[in-house]
Ligand binder design. Sequence first.
Ligand SMILES: Cc1ncc(COP(=O)(O)O)c(C=O)c1O
Length: 408
Amino acid sequence: MSKLAMKGGEPLRRKPFPKWPIFDDRELDAIGKVLHSGVWGIGGEEKKEFEEKFAAYQDAKYGVAVTNGTAALETALRAAGISTGDEVIMPAYTFMATATAVLHVAGLPVFADIEPDTYTLDPEKVEAAVTGKTKAVLPVHLGGCPADMDGMGRIARRNDLFIIEDACQAWGAEWRKRRVGAIGDLGAFSFQSSKNITSGEGGIVVTNDRSLYELCWSYHNCGRVMEGPWYRHDLPGTNCRMTEFQAAILLVQLTRLEEQTKRRNRNARYLSEKLSKIEGVDPLKRDSRVTNHAYHLFIFRYDAEEFAGLPKNTFIEALRAEGIPCSPGYVPLYKEQFMLNLAEDRFLSEKYGKKVDYSHVKLPVTEKACYEEAVWLFQNMLLGTTEDMDDVVSAICKIKKNVEELIS
Ligand SMILES: Cc1ncc(COP(=O)(O)O)c(C=O)c1O
């Protein structure tokens, strides 16, 4: 009789992990208050209050709350003046919006490899990718783990580059006791449904620079001028303003974030310790300069050799069958069809004076992470109990012990 659930055995776990999103009557009251106020959009108090509170939470002076994280990235890029043909160095191990935001402002993503033990942008590889056209570096604080901001700072100073942080997964994360977002020039956060603080959709740009703040504000508000007349538009801006409903929900969500982040960190440390004892399972390293991790994702590196050659995707299927939700994560962005199609775009080629062709890009650490190693667990699982973490460990041990069932 087979032991593994994938082969018809009994799953190790049938209980669900804590569900997400978490809310209570306070969100209900907050929405009711906005409804009754009659001010649902521009001009209300909730958005302003959230911008101030969230920016302060991230150790930033200013915040501009927008419709989503993609819009936050685009707003930040526009404020930094990134435009036609400007190169922006970023990892390829990230969500597609990191790259599309750059394409939307007519810039060009340039992919640099990640560090093998943290999966965040490798400063050495960034340095090697700098050209005369580079305008910005766009580190991603992957899964809530800050990228090496010392390294990014050094390269940006030496080459006169903007640093725009993709902090879409990194609420409350700290590098050397400083919260991310405005360590560089600008930072973007997301509040989409899966995120550790959510209003269904939503985003914010933060910065410490007054003039960048005013540019972000103007861009997200149809190019208007602060304190200027309603029908004066100095920039070809857009409308990506956050609504009062979203801001009201986020103000309540923010009150839970600190405690939830502590809980995620406690469980992640426990899980890391247990998993490191299993040969073939290696949680991503936490640099000692990371003084707080947001743990949007808990990522470990899988080594098929220690599991009798079982491919990563089959391991993931087996883990899911045992009742442990997990994901293989990203594919390298330069392998995505939307990136490869750029080579066929004649309009783009004319605009940039060259073919925009990503088919020759090859980043070995990124590819290994995507195709062989990375296994993701989700933030809501880390809100569970120690016993929930033990189930993750036991399920992996069970697969390892009975792996032959999946090989033959
Ligand atoms: C790393 C990263 N960048 C950008 C985004 C885009 O945010 P949104 O989905 O709110 O537009 C996300 C969200 O999924 C993300 O995880």
